[in-house]
Design a protein around this ligand. Structure first.
Ligand code: PGA
Length: 241
């Protein structure tokens, strides 16, 4: 694993945007794996800035998002669909036909999950995958468990994740289930970029980097990926020395 520690979130986001820009510019049909949450917001801002400056186009880009809550209307203010529209897609020239965000309301979730995996494969696989990390070491919504998940599937969220994310659900109950790309789907990406900032992530980062590879810290599997890079601020990296 390549580990970079940055002095401040802006520098980190600019470096992450460089990695994504490179893939977008060097591929005829780039396929991006995207994430929600606080961690990627500055990177999306930086990509939008580059689009506005005429340096980057999303015209040929296809995207796959990691996850979505189950049971929320697509346009709910807390859905990841809404998050992606507000934080990236509304501001760039991407063709929405090429945007894929898991449907948290599929009638047959299992069949839907298979379809999502097939779509990723049909697009040629993910060239670069963006990840945050949960305080419990989750990636996507792959919570700590006793085996690494494979493809896209429905998960029951853990108390730790509910506690971390319920701050967004000020006037409604946070969903207890989500659909997520599996650890296997994430590991199939050609390049993986994980962003972690803040002291609250330090323990999860430590276990990811220095701990054993174990499904009780799902991000630890990144140790076995041939092109995974961790972008950290000093607080998130504080336990590594
Ligand atoms: P955050 O979430 O970026 O909002 O901290 C990351 C995650 O839970 O994967």
């Amino acid at each position: 694993m390549d580990i970079r520690v940055f002095d401040g979130k802006k520098k980190l986001a600019s470096f992450a945007a460089d990695l994504f820009s490179e893939v977008i510019k060097n591929n005829a049909r780039p396929v991006l794996g995207l994430a929600t949450g606080a961690s990627p917001i500055d990177t999306y801002k930086e990509l939008i800035k580059r689009f506005n400056a005429g340096e980057l186009s999303f015209k040929n880009v296809t995207t796959f998002n990691l996850d979505e809550y189950c049971g929320l209307p697509k346009n709910d203010k807390n859905s990841y669909y809404t998050f992606m529209m507000e934080n990236l897609f509304d501001h760039v020239d991407i063709d929405l036909k090429n945007v894929n965000i898991p449907d948290g309301n599929a009638e047959d979730p299992e069949a839907y999950a298979k379809e999502y995996e097939e779509k990723i494969k049909a697009a040629g696989g993910i060239d670069i995958q963006l990840l945050g990390i949960g305080v419990n070491g989750h990636i996507g919504f792959n919570e700590p468990t006793d085996r690494f998940s494979e493809g896209t599937h429905v998960v029951k969220l853990t108390d730790s994740t509910i506690e971390a994310n319920s701050r967004y659900f000020t006037d409604s109950e946070m969903p207890r289930y989500a659909v997520t790309m599996g650890v296997g789907s994430i590991m199939a990406a050609k390049k993986i970029v994980l962003i972690a900032t803040g002291r609250a992530k330090a323990q999860a980062v430590f276990e990811t980097v220095k701990g054993e590879v174990t499904p009780s810290c799902p991000a630890s599997i990144l140790q076995t990926h041939k092109d995974a890079i961790l972008l950290l601020d000093k607080a998130a990296a504080s336990l590594l020395k």
